[in-house]
Design a protein around this ligand. Sequence first.
Ligand SMILES: Cc1ncc(COP(=O)(O)O)c(C=O)c1O
Ligand SMILES: [Zn+2]
Length: 415
Amino acid sequence: MSLSYVERLVCSKCGTRYEPSENPIMCRRRDLGRLDVVYDYDGVAEKVDRRGLSSRGVRDVWRYEELLPVRPRFAARLGEGGTPLVRARRLGEKLGTGNLLLKDDTRNPTASFKDRAMAVGSAKAVELKKNDVAIASSGNAAASLAAYSAASGMKCHAYVPPDAAAGKIAQLLLYGASITKCEQVKEGEDATVQAMLSAVERFGYYPCPSFGPFNPYQVEGPKTMVYEIYEQTEWEGVDVILVPTGSGCLLTGIWKGVRDLKEIGLIRAYPRIVAVQPNGNRALVRAIQKGTGMDRLVPVPYPASVAGGLLDPYPWDGDAAIEGVRKTRGWGVSVSDRDILRAVKELAAFEGIFAEPSGAAGLAAVRELFSRGEIDRDDRVVALVTGSGLKEPDRVIGMFEGGRGGDKNGTRLRP
Ligand SMILES: Cc1ncc(COP(=O)(O)O)c(C=O)c1O
Ligand SMILES: [Zn+2]
């Protein structure tokens, strides 16, 4: 198939419309709106139905090519997506539910869900014949873009925090990225994004971070998690999706995924989408709980948590994330570092899945939601497990040494 079903792109802030042939990246009004990709849903619906999907042999994100903004022939294809949906049998028993599912996205080529985003973003860069791509990231997205750049023959320029996890730095080095460490020196400042933007300006690099306002294409990748979850539950779907949230772009993708499926008539109702943030960086959750929007959002001055992937000083895709939670009647929940580390440990000890703290943060909210009565033990709940523990083993080894890496009052969890 060579036809693209992208109909237009529309700025989320000012509503300016762009033709797909313009290949826009940022709104020309420089208003930091995200250029939301709109598909010809009638056209897609003619091509995509449940039965047809189930007979497709392709298992990666390109299985859903009609709902992606770039053709698979530009993609490096390292095996992104197509990850297992695991029933948490033993952990579910401990929590008193038979309906807990885990979407194990640690099993991606660079060991995080970011491969879904960067596979699509890098393919677009290849289509546009770019040689140099730039990214601001806590580490996972950068490692992913670096891998896809290596496989596509592009140079990746990564802007990361000084304390990025060693496993992620090792990946960046080996995949041949240039690495610039950027320290936050002012309250609320997003140092890595500022550095990336100035490099884009000065050297003409193609911006390809996870966040929507700086590149509209990669945002389309993570929504394939939703399509897979529906296929894997034979279209019964789930009641609740727990989403670890930093910048909000994963949640934006999950929201886009369920809307896409509804637009093409494959589902009727939305699952409830839950934004989960660490207590040390809970600005978006606070806005959701108060019922306010991005205009009133107060960023945390210096975000801090054991969940390093969730420390974005500003939720760049917060507008769509807030909308996704509200329109699906979901919730915003924040969790302590102690609960995150407990989720890491339980995922490993009961289910054999080794996640990094950010990757287990969604699961960390499940007890609280049960005890608040927001979710029922009969509800089908899926926790997105978004990154592998092998990226930062030190933080979790600390749990066994008497509390390094936990809340300030210590986290000592014995086996
Ligand atoms: C493992 C992991 N999970 C979740 C997230 C959160 O994603 P987002 O920034 O899209 O909200 C990140 C972001 O870096 C991450 O690395
Ligand atoms: Zn605009």
